[in-house]
Design a protein around this ligand. Structure first.
Ligand SMILES: Cc1ncc(COP(=O)(O)O)c(C=O)c1O
Length: 395
């Protein structure tokens, strides 16, 4: 059943406009509890939406019947397969080449363990999601950066340099690709991904594609699953419903192997299947199977919000540069000429009472930037920009 059938009211079509700040402030998740109540939080990647009705129903019914034991993972890969076929015309989520993992970051760690050893290198495209550094370093791998190039696109020359360094001395290496890219919202094209695959094959680097933001590609761009690209047969992808349906607290994700990586994926130790939450699997499965309409409502709202932000930045935030995202619900603001010093996020927080994510943690290319979460109502977004404008002074 689609969300619309259950909730014929038009509000269901605009999930980003449903909740008031008063309602949102009752939440106890990180977004709402990290800062005092006078701070408007547009930092961590949580969305200001109510959950789609089929997800609420699936989880509520599971709780009612006491279906709260260990996860089997049942249904998740099949629901993802259906979603991938409907939305991306991709039939590469083959059950035998999937495994349910605790969440995307733990899945990345487990997959990286299959193809690299301690001391080996993981290449990332900076600026990138800060846990790409912390998780990789925590598992005793070395991070080598291949910074994004012009227009926040993957730069094949910098990638090749990084790959060459990574495999020097005959070491194994991996490329942790963020697709779509957090924080810039870049959606990599088929040709760009094919170039990544060609380089990875030349240097024997294994690609691990984090595709958590894949359902969140906005009009004008097209998501290309990395494993659908020629040459990507030995790669892995991590997918999850957690970002697109606001389910980060209900943990689960799926690792998918290309045909040439299936043997590797089978080596994932059974302990890993202990991690996913059974309720997480139930929630993610319902989201992927029954909530396309709801997702379309979110995408329409995000498209509207990215246009609103572009306009507000132009009018109200002189000195701040911004390229609207093609995907994700993140906006990456270059504040280096805004006169805010080294740490603009700290200034916006202290003087404007707006919480944004500091760009410095995203590695090379991140300093002097802030990341703003667009997954809110146009009213909250406008208020956040007004507060930022007050910090910057008269336009
Ligand atoms: C690119 C990327 N990967 C992974 C995660 C975290 O996913 P999970 O909570 O499933 O580990 C996020 C969260 O924002 C993300 O943006």
């Amino acid at each position: 059943m689609s969300c619309e059938e259950e909730h014929p009211d038009s509000a269901e079509k605009a999930p980003l406009r449903r909740l008031s700040l008063t309602e949102l402030r009752r939440r106890t998740s990180a977004k709402w509890r990290e800062y005092p109540p006078d701070v408007l939080p547009l930092w961590v990647a949580e969305m200001d939406v109510p959950l789609p009705a089929p997800v609420v129903r699936a989880v509520t019914e599971a709780v009612r019947r006491g279906d709260t034991g260990y996860a089997t993972g049942e249904g998740y890969a099949a629901a993802l397969d259906g979603f991938a076929r409907r939305r991306w015309g991709w039939n590469g989520v083959v059950a035998e080449r999937t495994t349910v993992v605790p969440d995307v970051m733990q899945g990345i760690v487990e997959v990286l363990k299959l193809v690299t050893g301690p001391g080996d290198t993981v290449v990332v495209n900076s600026p990138v999601y800060p846990p790409f550094y912390s998780f990789v370093q925590h598992m005793d791998r070395r991070v080598v950066e291949a910074p994004l190039g012009d227009g926040h696109r993957i730069d094949p020359a910098s990638l090749e340099r990084a790959f060459r360094r990574a495999v020097a001395g005959g070491r194994r290496a991996a490329h942790l690709l963020c697709s779509p890219h957090n924080p810039t919202g870049t959606v990599h094209t088929r040709q760009e991904l094919a170039e990544v695959a060609a380089l990875a094959n030349t240097y024997g680097v294994r690609v691990v594609a984090d595709e958590i933001h894949a359902p969140l590609v906005l009009p004008g761009a097209e998501f290309v699953p990395y494993l659908s690209v020629p040459g990507a047969e030995r790669a892995f992808a991590l997918l999850s419903a957690s970002k697109a349906w606001h389910l980060a607290g209900l943990k689960a994700a799926v690792a998918v192997a290309g045909p040439g990586a299936a043997e590797d994926l089978r080596r994932i130790p059974p302990e890993v299947s202990h991690g996913p939450s059974h309720l997480g699997v139930i929630a993610h499965t319902a989201a992927l199977a029954h909530c396309d309409d709801w997702l379309d409502g979110v995408l329409a709202g995000l498209d509207e919000n990215r246009r609103l932000l572009a306009e507000l930045v132009r009018r109200r935030l002189p000195g701040i540069r911004h390229r609207p995202p093609q995907g994700t619900y993140l906006a990456w603001l270059d504040c280096r000429t805004g006169g805010l010093g080294e740490d603009p996020a700290a200034v916006f927080l202290e003087r404007g009472r707006v919480a944004l994510t500091d760009g410095a943690g995203f590695g090379t290319g991140g300093a002097g930037h802030v990341r703003l979460n667009l997954a809110t109502s146009p009213e909250v977004l406008t208020e956040a920009v007004e507060r930022m404008a007050a910090v910057l002074g008269p336009a």
